[in-house]
Design a protein around this ligand. Structure first.
Ligand code: AMP
Length: 312
């Protein structure tokens, strides 16, 4: 199966109560492709950077077997930059700046060899660009999309158009409320499903994630992290693990969606342990497998202790 990812490649300046990183490798497409590269190779990336994008970052992406044929490098261009500051409660983040730079005039071109990609992840990026990429593709099997408040507020109608072509939308709790205009998350998810997606995954920061389809609600537990350093990219690492697992197994059953949610949660839990993509540089298969098992054991219990007895 083939997986195509579009999104931002960024230099992030991030401050958390535990430290600071300046101009570190980030961007939605980076976190998604790196996480997905643990399941499928090569991941096909479409994006743009400026000539200031460090060669070491390109080398790293290539080492993870990410195919960069769809990466445009704008001569004399300046790479997208984003700044974020996290509060003591790491679920609260302020964006300190967003510099679109090369994204302002970006016209994504999907290489001919990428057009038949079967799995597609539209990372957080201008919904006009997300649509532009979809139009160049030859009927993918599954389209997973992500977005954020920045675009929900600035490009509402364009985002609603993109949603008609997205099968699974991954979105956080506050963005679910913003996009649906509904305070209750499950009802909000249903309103968003009426806009197009067949499933909505609501990320709730360190409180886990909810998968909502027209038939079920599945809750992935939150991993009890003791050493979170930087939550940046967790949502994208989740998306990468989720779609990576689906592309690897090519099984779109509801049971497999649930497994994919847990693989996504596992990759997100690794991502937040260090700044930027540091913890995602070289995970081992065993580390991922063990964490998935820990997720399973977190909420597994024996309901039968009362075996046949009345509750009172
Ligand atoms: P997350 O923590 O999952 O929301 O993702 C954070 C990443 O998204 C950072 O690495 C940023 O570079 C990137 N990002 C932030 N704002 C935007 C935006 N408006 N468009 C595209 N990417 C963004």
């Amino acid at each position: 199966m083939s997986l195509l990812v579009i999104g931002s490649l960024a230099l992030d300046t991030v401050e958390t109560p535990f430290g600071k990183a300046s101009e570190a490798l980030g961007g939605s497409a980076v976190f998604i492709s790196v996480a997905a590269s643990y399941f499928v190779v090569p991941v096909r990336l479409v994006g743009v950077v400026g000539s200031d994008f460090p060669k070491a970052h390109i080398d790293f992406l290539e080492r993870r077997e990410i195919d960069l044929e769809g990466l445009q490098v704008v001569p004399d261009g300046r790479t997208f930059r984003w700044g974020g500051r996290y509060h003591y409660d790491l679920n609260v983040r302020d964006t300190t700046f967003t510099e679109l730079n090369v994204f302002e005039h970006f016209n994504p071109v999907v290489p001919v060899g990428f057009k038949k990609s079967t799995y597609v992840c539209l990372g957080n990026i201008d919904p006009i660009l997300q649509q532009n990429v979809l139009k160049q593709l030859d009927r993918p099997r599954l389209v997973v999309g992500d977005t954020m408040n920045f675009w929900i507020e600035r490009r509402t109608s364009e985002l609603k158009n993109t949603l008609k072509h997205i099968d699974v939308l991954i979105i956080n709790d506050s963005e679910t409320r913003l996009l649906s205009g509904e305070p209750n998350l499950i009802r909000g998810a249903r309103k968003i499903m009426a806009m197009g997606p067949k499933a909505v995954i609501i990320k709730k920061g360190e409180h886990g994630a909810l998968l909502v389809t027209d038939r079920t609600v599945f809750a992935a537990p939150a991993y009890p992290m003791e050493n979170i350093n930087d939550p940046t990219g967790a949502g994208d690492a989740f998306a990468g693990g989720f779609i990576g697992w689906l592309a690897k197994t090519d099984d779109l059953s509801e049971d497999n969606y649930k497994r994919a949610v847990i693989y996504g949660s596992a990759l997100a839990s690794f991502c937040v342990e260090k700044f930027s993509v540091e913890r995602l540089r070289d995970l081992s298969y065993l580390e991922i497998r063990d964490r998935v098992r820990e997720f399973r054991d977190l909420s597994r219990f024996d309901e039968d202790v009362l075996a046949g007895r009345e509750l009172r």
